[in-house]
Structures are given as structure tokens and as C-alpha cells.
Ligand binder design. Sequence first.
Ligand code: FAD
Length: 393
Amino acid sequence: MSQSGPNQKALIIGCGVAGPVLALYLQRIGITPVIYEGRPEPQDDAGFFLNLAENGTDVLETLGIREEVLSEGHESNRLVFQNHKQNELGENHSETVLIKRGLLTKGLREAATDQGITVKFGKRLTDVQIPHNDMVIAYFDDGTEVHGDLLIGCDGIHSQTRRSILPNAPDPEYTGIIDSGAFTRNDSIPPSDGVMKMTFGVDGFFGYQKVPTGEIYWFENHEREKAPDRAELDAISQSEWREKLLRLHEDDHDEVTEIIRSTDSEIGKWPVYDLPSLPTWHKKTVCLIGDAAHATSPHVGQGASLAMEDAVVLAKCLRDVEEVPQAFETFESLRRDRVEEIVEISRETGNQKAPSNLVTRKIRDLVLPFFLKRGVEKFEKIYSYRVDWSEPV
Ligand SMILES: Cc1cc2nc3c(=O)[nH]c(=O)nc-3n(C[C@H](O)[C@H](O)[C@H](O)COP(=O)(O)OP(=O)(O)OC[C@H]3O[C@@H](n4cnc5c(N)ncnc54)[C@H](O)[C@@H]3O)c2cc1C
């Protein structure tokens, strides 16, 4: 049986968020990680932005890389909720960092390579075989293969690792929401002073923060019953999409339409998916973490933080539990309840974003302040989670 411990080689699939963080923790416990990334080369401008919450930044703090990785991020410490007329409905405090996705993944990757960890690009996993309990083989689309003692799938929501070890596992599920996001500059919008303003609009939800550089980071969510396929979304031109968003928000306060109208850079558009509960997260010497195991919709801004929490908890299990499969079992038992609760909360939060008529809107405006107050405890539980690296599992 495969024993966890020093001198083992871990194959890490994916160099997004979970991959490099896990690699750094594995190196600490003497396991040699090598990261295999499917993209042909780094794409440090790719993607839009995300909010990294305290429970995620704390994982970086323990590694001593918080400052360097988040140096280009911006503090976002309050969420203010408004209705379509810009009347304030309530607020939430949360110490988060707003950061461009490409800069976050660049920072994490460089933190890993600075520590001598190898990252191989152009290695798209096509299959995983586990010939016996002391060995795992990863196959890539360039025709190569590599052998290791254990393999961790950090390859995101559409994980090939998951498909290989759990061929009958459920696929990601469309949540009924389309997400858009972009950056713009607009002098008529005042600085946000660290506040993310969120508007429950008539036909869609809109959030933005103007950061100290003057750039406005914004996102939009609206309902659409059926998932559009990627080709259909890609076929819609930027100006058509901007016009569509302007129509959806024409009855909302001016800041919303002003920001959308002033955006001439690319507006990203994605159908939002999450992952139904998997029967298990591991098989013998292969384990899934991050979105590969439990992708959540983005409505409570937790996916990246959960991926980082997974990395540190899994490394602790491999450090403290003798056999690799038992370490994976322990990892799953420590993590499953928390992440599945957050996936559910995020789905519910998304469902509340766009009430369809005047009556439901009025009710929402009346009860939201009450729910926000009640929700404080729930969110406090999400954000205050900390992993003590020195404490044995
Ligand atoms: C629109 C949107 C907004 C979001 N906003 C937030 C937010 O504000 N806060 C937050 O915490 N989270 C947010 N998330 C969620 C967050 O992005 C994810 O939860 C997080 O990136 C998961 O990290 P990961 O490492 O598991 O996967 P990823 O970050 O997706 O990394 C997976 C990596 O694996 C690589 N890969 C994929 N397939 C293969 C293969 N076959 N072989 C090799 N490599 C492969 C990919 O190229 C990628 O580099 C958002 C998500 C979306 C879609």
C-alpha cells in the first residue's frame, strides 16, 4: 500500500488556483510536486476578476506569500446593497481582495516556481491509470505519459481527472444565470473607497467597485432559463451584448447604465455552472480538489478561497495520515460538509438576484435588510474558517 511521506512524487494537474498552492504545501512536507498545465503557455491577461476572501488569503499568509501574490489586488471591505432606484437596502462587512484573475494565477505560479517547483505547460491530461497502489500514470494530449506516486486533480470544473477516475459522476449543472464582467474607466463615477456596490436591478443584478487606479471592475447577472452553448454566446458581438445589458438595465439607476455604456473593452460572458455532489472525491492514489471536486457558482465569492483551503487541508492529511488513500479519505471527511453547504448557499443567493415582477421586488426590498442581518452569522462562519498548519489532523 502506498505510504504518504517524503520522497514521493506528486503529479498535480492544473496550474490555476489550487495547483500551485497545493504544490507549495506539499514541498513543505517533503513530497516533490510537478505541475502539469493544459494551456500551451501562461495567460496572465486571461479572465476578469475575483474577490478573494479572508479564509483564502489566510492560506497564503501561512505560506508567507500573501503580500507578493496579492500586490496588485485592491482592498474591498464592504458590500453595499441597493435597489434599482439606488436606495440602500443594507450592507455586509468582509475583508476581501479584488484582483484580476490572470494576476492572481501569475502570482501563485511564480511563488511556486520561485521555490523551485516545476510547472510544465502544454500538458493537457487525457487519462489517468492506476495500475497498482504505488503508482499512477498520467497521459497527455501530446502523446506523453508520466508516472508518479500520487496524482491530484486541480483541473477545475470540467476536470478530466474527475472524468477518468469517476466516469459516472454527474456533470456540472447550469444554474439559470448568465454572468458578465468587464473593466472600464469613467470620471463621472466617484471612487468607491473599498466598497463594492451591488444593485438589485429590475431585470438583472449589477455590482461594481472603482479601485484607486481609477479602473472600474464590474459584473452583471441575469436570468436565462436554458443554457446557451458557448458557440452561441461567442457569436454575439461586443456591441450587441453591451446593448442587451443596457436594455436589461434601462430602468435602473444611472450609475449602472453609465458604467455599461462607457465600457469599450471586452465584456466577458459566461453561463454559470456548479457541480452536484460527487459520490466520492478520490480513488486509490488519485484525489480531486478545488472546482474539480466541488465547483460553486460565484455568488458568494468563495470558489478560489475554498480551493486554497482544500490545498492546505490535503497537505496536512498527507503529512499526518500514514497511507495515501486514508489521507484522501480523511481529507474528504474534513471538507465535504463545509464546501457543500457553501455551494448550496451560493445557489440560493444567485436565485434571489432577479425577482421577476413589481410585487416580488417590493417584498424583496422590504425583507432584504432583515435577511442581510440574519445572513451576517452565516457569512461570518464562511469567512472566519482558518486552518492551523501546526495542528495535527
Ligand atoms: C465568472 C466567475 C466569477 C468568479 N468569481 C469568484 C470570486 O469572486 N471569488 C472566488 O473565490 N471565486 C470566484 N470564482 C470561482 C473560482 O474562479 C474558482 O472556484 C477557482 O478558480 C477554482 O480553482 P481551481 O484551481 O480548482 O480551478 P481553476 O482555477 O479553474 O484552474 C484549473 C486549471 O486546470 C487547467 N486544466 C483544465 N483542464 C486541464 C487538463 N485536462 N489538463 C491539464 N490542465 C488542465 C486549466 O487550464 C486551469 O489552469 C468565479 C468563477 C467564475 C466562473
